[in-house]
Write a protein that binds this ligand. Structure first.
Ligand code: FAD
Ligand code: UDP
Length: 373
């Protein structure tokens, strides 16, 4: 039996970053196992049968404020500058989201200046003493009407519960602006890997010390593997056979389509807060910069409670249940839990990279992220 220093479950960001660092910087022999037949985790992209680069698990847009994370990933890809813009379909119009000056002026037929909009928000915003929920965040900033038109029903569709039941962190992801900035993210670094995410992952794991075992569930092979330490990026509750009960994850059904037209919609993502069973439609060519004169590929996202675990659900009772698993996880010797599922955190890609680099730093005893990235 081949002996490995590390077995890593999951070939997404968490698993691939750790495999790359341990193999290339620490000379460790690493086995990476993923039950899917490909690397990249949820960020996996590929050319579909019509030759269009699409994201199999929904739209992934890279953005970060961390020079370390951006610098680290730049070892494996060149970048295409891309600033994400999203429109929301509300009352028959396509309006910018995050809510900004143009959103309000177009929705209400007004001609507010930025200063007037700031004043308007003060009059319609509902005072909330202690902002706890995702409803509190929005109604305190923009008032109930905008909350109901843009957030209430989208959130119910996406999460199966209203914003009043979700932690404030969920809608806090979306800023409110009084200027005309219509970018979805405000981060310092915003760009897409020039040749796609999967190509970037291929470069990360292309090392003689890394062995890939794809299409394999860890549960089925674990008794036949020999390794010193385990890095686990799958769902933490599954690792412990759900001994405290199941942690809720929100899932999605993706409907991918190719249309015989050059463009389908004006921007990469259009949100449908109030109509349809899907939350949003993504058109990939806007994201990737790919040109095709007669075809375009799009994806509809239908939220569901059953299926692959995509989103931890930020609610107080789930945080409480996760704490129990975390305690158990902390007691394991030579087993490390990391990533969106491994630590039950609603993390973006860059946050998972930072978390994985931090774990690598801990494993090798380095002082700072800059020393390991
Ligand atoms: P994952 O990518 O989920 O990787 C975990 C891997 O572990 C999976 O490949 C899984 O197959 C494998 N695995 C699990 N259990 C086992 C087992 N028992 N045996 C073998 N393998 C196993 N982030 C952004 O920054 N920008 C975005 O625009 C963005 N959009 C997103 C859109 C959607 C629809 C979703 C769902 C997420 C989005 N994200 C986005 C978040 C991003 O996908 C995650 O932050 C990131 O992919 C998490 O990486 P990870 O390695 O923690 O987990
Ligand atoms: N949201 C909303 N309406 C929108 C966009 C976002 O209500 O038009 C809320 C919703 O609860 C969503 C959350 O804000 O789940 C975070 O949005 P984001 O676009 O960051 O979600 P993700 O891309 O992670 O699915």
């Amino acid at each position: 039996m081949q002996q490995y220093d590390f077995a890593i479950v999951g070939a997404g960001y968490a698993g691939s970053v750790l495999a790359e660092r341990l193999a290339s910087q620490s000379g460790k022999k690493v086995l990476v196992i993923d039950k899917r037949p490909h690397i990249g985790g949820n960020a996996y992209d590929y050319y579909n049968e019509d030759g269009i680069l699409i994201h199999l698990y929904g739209p992934h847009i890279f953005h970060t404020n961390s020079p370390e994370v951006f610098g680290y990933l730049s070892n494996f890809t060149e970048w295409r500058p891309y600033e994400h813009r999203v429109l929301a379909s509300v009352e028959g119009q396509l309006l910018p989201i995050p809510i900004n000056l143009d959103t309000v002026n177009k929705l209400y037929g007004k001609n507010f200046t930025s200063e007037e909009l700031a004043e308007y928000f003060k009059t319609v915003g509902e005072p909330v003493d202690d902002i706890k929920t995702s409803e509190d965040v929005v109604v305190s900033q923009v008032g109930r009407d905008l909350y109901e038109k843009f957030f209430k029903n989208y959130t119910k569709k996406q999460w199966g519960v209203y914003p009043s039941e979700l932690d404030k962190s969920v809608t806090s992801r979306i800023p409110t602006r009084t200027n005309q900035d219509d970018r979805y993210f405000g981060d310092q670094f915003q760009s897409m890997p020039l040749h796609g995410f999967t190509k970037m992952f291929e470069k990360m794991v292309d090392h003689p010390n890394i062995t890939l075992m794809l299409g394999t569930d860890f549960k089925e092979v674990k008794d036949n593997l020999s390794y010193d330490q385990l890095i686990y990026t799958g769902p933490v509750d599954e690792y412990f056979d759900h001994c405290f009960g199941k942690l809720p994850y929100r899932s999605l059904h993706f409907e991918h389509k190719t249309l015989n037209e050059e463009w389908h919609q004006p921007v990469a993502v259009v949100n449908y807060p109030n109509d349809n069973a899907y939350t949003r439609i993504t058109e990939y060519k806007h994201l990737t910069g790919q040109e095709h004169p007669t075809k375009t590929s799009i994806t509809f996202e239908y939220p569901q409670s059953e299926g692959d675990p995509y989103y931890p659900v930020p609610m107080p009772e789930n945080a409480e249940l996760y704490r129990k698993y975390k305690q158990l996880a902390d007691q394991q010797e030579n087993v490390h839990f990391v990533g969106r599922l491994g630590t039950y955190r609603y993390y973006n890609m860059d946050q998972v990279v930072a978390q994985a680099l931090t774990l690598y730093k801990k494993i090798v005893g380095a002082d700072s992220l800059a020393d390991v990235a």
